[in-house]
Design a protein around this ligand. Sequence first.
Ligand SMILES: [Zn+2]
Length: 337
Amino acid sequence: MTSPLEALLDQRDWLLADGATGTNLFNMGLGAGDPPEFWNTEKPDNILKLYQGSVDAGSDLFLTNSFGGNAARLKLHNAQNRARELSRVSAELGREVADKTDRTIIVAGSVGPTGEIMAPMGSLTHELAVEIFHEQAEGLKEGGVDVLWVETISAPEEYAAAAEAFALADMPWCGTMSFDTAGRTMMGVTSADLAAFVEKLPNPPLAYGANCGVGASDLLRTVQGFTAGGSERPIIAKGNAGIPKYHDGHIHYDGTPELMGEYAVLARNSGAKIIGGCCGTMPEHLRAMREALENTPKGSKPALEEITAKMGAFSSATDGTGDNEAAPTRQNRRRRT
Ligand SMILES: [Zn+2]
């Protein structure tokens, strides 16, 4: 049976995902150290408002408020026994919003990292990681998500553990990594590495890609890295709204709605099919992104110079794949074999 996201991906050339969860909830008064997942039961109206904000702005898909809803993360708040419940409720609230909308809205069950380092470098075993992700996956499934969605991952071992857990839950899934360290993830994974890695998983994702990281420019370069090797699997681009800047003791994202509209078009032209925002992306940004995607025909892949001219400089000279130092000839470049 075709899952709702697969069906929508077949029908459409692009999908608009959602924006920030954290930034939106902080604006509603969530404290900096508070677990957002507690609001699923304590302040469900705020979570409904968060979801509705994305839908009203034109998103085709939104992520549930369950990013930190695995037992390893909830343990920091002494709530490790609530992983399944908080994840289920995040999904039920999502279902409520999606089902009363008169177009297809995909509810994607957000699964964030465990926050622990996996063996052999760290102490979290593969078996335990699978168990942690599986518990959350079952909660999200019970709550009615259409698809599971692991995000902000930096280690391939953790990505693979989530994939295995999602197979146990018998659910389709998507997965993004965060390329925040000179084009690579914190654990050294490049865009080319992830593109190759997903194809080797026994249950590959419906779509894969990048979220968060540094700025929108870097993220677009990463998207081009996914497609450079000929990857044909749908690609996800969820970049931050501009560059994070410290301002009066908090992090502020400088991207305007107009800039994010440009970003959305560049992301599609770079090869992304599911396009959304991450930190700092508010409904007004999503609205501009939807409008830009609807009103701009798909163009050719932008050169890196066009990306930096429109979106600002990259945070590092290369994306870490080692083959794009000679940026001016990028269009003709060949991959090293
Ligand atoms: Zn982010």
